[in-house]
Design a protein around this ligand. Structure first.
Ligand SMILES: [Mn+2]
Length: 283
């Protein structure tokens, strides 16, 4: 059996809402498995200033460097628990360093494809996917080369179609990333969408890193996230995604589960969903 290590990355430095820093600890409590927990410095004065379009950049980078170094030195199969989605810059690149040539599947209601030029909020958790494709140099001081190829990068579950995402959509189109929306899932079925995503992500690669943002699930089901988007996927569809991943488990090299925010989780329902997702991945 392969050795599995859970990495808790408790940070909310990449988002102006507090709470995801507390997420990993809660999930880890429910999973009696080997783990390492990183927590952001409690003395950090987080910026909530919306005129600052590089909010907490140094603090985000310092935190990510620690997570990146740990995962990079580990031989185990690493599952990283966020934390806001910025931590995937650390987990994704660390896995890429170990496995050299990976595809990337980003399961998320958002594209996370802003640059410092297109971000409106300055919240760094809106930039990680673009960063993993080699943009946003300032958010990856520890990764100067070797990026995920946009041609092997796929978003699954996007649905935040607000006007202010126009530049972000332009960014992702220009780079050539494939995007499957929540509508695609509803129309084609989740199995078909995952099949297409896997085909793209495994084309001439040695495996896949999957980053799963809990906000892809409908917020009426999973309230415990920081940036909810209505009309999300169901628990059944979530289960089908995990079934698919398990069936093709030989391709999976690393996994993230991010954006769990206990402060918005009224009934611990999201905590249970998060815990069950990890249980499924490790079973
Ligand atoms: Mn995200």
């Amino acid at each position: 059996m392969k050795k599995i290590l859970l990495i808790g990355a408790g940070s909310d430095l990449g988002v102006d809402k507090d709470g995801t820093s507390l997420g990993p600890k809660e999930i880890l409590k429910n999973l009696k498995m080997e783990n390492v927990l990183f927590e952001q410095d409690k003395d950090i004065k987080k910026s909530h200033d919306s005129s600052d379009l590089r909010k907490n950049l140094k603090e985000v980078n310092d935190f990510n460097k620690k997570v990146y170094d740990k995962i990079k030195e580990e031989n185990a199969f690493c599952i990283t628990l966020g934390g806001d989605h910025t931590i995937a810059i650390a987990s994704g690149f660390a896995s890429l360093e170990k496995h050299k040539n990976l595809g990337l599947i980003w399961i998320d209601a958002h594209l996370d494809y802003n640059t410092f030029k297109t971000t409106i909020t300055g919240n760094m958790h809106g930039l990680p996917l673009a960063t993993l494709n080699g943009l946003n140099e300032d958010l990856r001081p520890f990764q100067k080369n070797n990026f995920f190829n946009p041609k092997n990068t796929v978003v699954v579950g996007y649905r935040a179609f607000e006007d202010n995402a126009k530049d972000e959509i332009e960014n992702i189109k220009t780079m050539g990333v494939t995007v499957y929306t929540t509508n695609d899932i509803k129309e084609l079925g989740v199995h078909k969408v995952m099949e297409m995503a896997y085909k793209i992500a495994t084309n001439n690669t040695d495996g896949i890193h999957i980053s799963f943002d809990l906000d892809v699930i409908d917020p009426l089901i999973a309230t415990g996230v920081s940036v909810p988007e209505s009309n999300g996927i169901t628990l059944e569809e979530t289960g089908d995604i995990l079934e698919f991943i398990k069936y093709h488990e030989d391709k999976l090299k690393s996994f993230d589960l991010v954006e769990y925010n206990p402060l918005n989780d009224k009934d611990k329902k999201t905590l249970n969903i998060a815990t069950n997702i990890i249980k499924k991945i490790v079973e």
